[in-house]
Design a binder for this molecule. Structure first.
Ligand code: ING
Length: 330
């Protein structure tokens, strides 16, 4: 029996700083209802899907930003989303800012802040959680930037690794599910750790500015989308997995995030792409057995990988200059 799964990317348009969760959750429930009408069995929402992309706003004290995080999931505001999932029998991925009280590496229990994603079963049970590991941007206010990107201020590096879980999804039966968040998609190591666990569906949300905000040189706008698609298509192809990249898009209080959400197959082909920068659902019918071809031929890791030559990947964090050759040098 073929393992077919109808997957939906629920791209979301802008969320203004002043917009309440109740309005946002209402938009998400409508997207989930559309997904149900289109036969989707799993819906992927963006990174930090419940609020505006708040790391663009500097706060001296992180406690002033706590309104942007969830202390529990579900909560009164997010319960309608869990109820809709149950009503429609749909599993969903949700990205959000998480406040957690747990021990840190020294064993001290304290309040901790993460950029988090969960996969929720139609029953409403959280199947697994991932916390963003590659945090871009900076920690302190940077006067040189056009716009701040303070993820290193508002979040700790994720401490859950890159998990893959085999869980029942819709009519496909058990599926190997993995998650990445936004900037993670630019790091091939992240995809490979999922690939080494035979991932079949990578769910990833993103909030990516439509223009370069580093102010360190010109980057043509069209390259922002090219790089996002390149990273996801390569990640899927090189790890024989489906991938769903879902944007929060549009103009948030004057700051543009690009859309271009995509669903990609294990050959790296874009199966569906959003064409707006608003709330938009795209759907693809995924034959999960497509993962087998890559995993048993070109990317048969057991047969072809040579970890004994990959030492630098674990030994080094930054790059180092190469040995220098000069004519006559022995
Ligand atoms: N956003 C961006 C991303 O990785 C970024 C930040 C944009 C980094 C462009 C590098 C280049 O898509 C988040 N939230 O990670």
């Amino acid at each position: 029996m073929s393992r077919r799964l109808v997957v939906a990317a629920a791209q979301m348009g802008p969320i203004q700083l002043a917009e309440g969760r109740d309005v946002v959750v209402g938009r998400m429930v409508r997207l989930m209802e559309t997904a149900h009408k289109r036969g989707a069995e799993v819906v992927v929402f963006p990174e930090l899907a419940l609020t505006t992309f708040f790391p663009r706003w500097y706060k001296e004290d992180i406690s002033e930003a706590e309104a942007f995080y969830e202390s529990s999931l579900p909560s009164n505001e997010t319960a309608p989303l869990f109820e809709a999932a149950k009503k429609f029998g749909i599993g969903f991925h949700l990205g959000y800012g998480e406040i957690a009280y747990e021990p840190d590496e020294t064993g001290v229990v304290r309040k901790r802040y993460f950029n988090t994603a969960v996969y929720v079963d139609p029953s409403g049970e959280i199947v697994f959680k991932y916390r963003k590991i590659h945090l871009p941007g900076h920690k302190e206010f940077d006067p040189n930037r056009k716009v701040q990107h303070l993820e290193k201020r508002y979040f700790e590096v994720g401490n859950l690794g890159f998990p893959v879980v085999r869980a029942p999804v819709g009519s496909a039966g058990p599926v190997n599910l993995g998650m990445l968040i936004c900037n993670d998609r630019r790091w091939p190591e992240a995809w490979r750790v999922l690939g080494l666990q035979q991932v079949e569906l990578v769910m990833l949300g993103y909030n990516t500015p439509a223009i370069n905000q580093d102010n360190k040189g010109f980057e043509a706008h069209h390259l922002r989308v090219l790089h996002s698609h390149l990273a996801i298509q390569a990640g899927c192809y090189q790890n024989a997995t489906f991938g769903v990249g879902v944007a929060k898009a549009g103009n948030e209080d004057g700051h543009e995030l690009f859309g271009h959400s995509i669903i990609v197959n294990p050959q790296g082909e874009i199966m569906a792409q959003a064409t707006s920068w608003s709330d938009e659902l795209i759907v693809a019918d995924c034959d999960l057995d497509m993962c087998k071809l890559g995993r048993t031929t070109i990317f048969n890791f057991a047969a072809h990988r040579r970890p004994e030559h990959y030492g630098r990947i674990l030994e080094q964090t930054g790059s180092v200059p190469p040995a220098e050759w000069t004519p006559g040098k022995k």
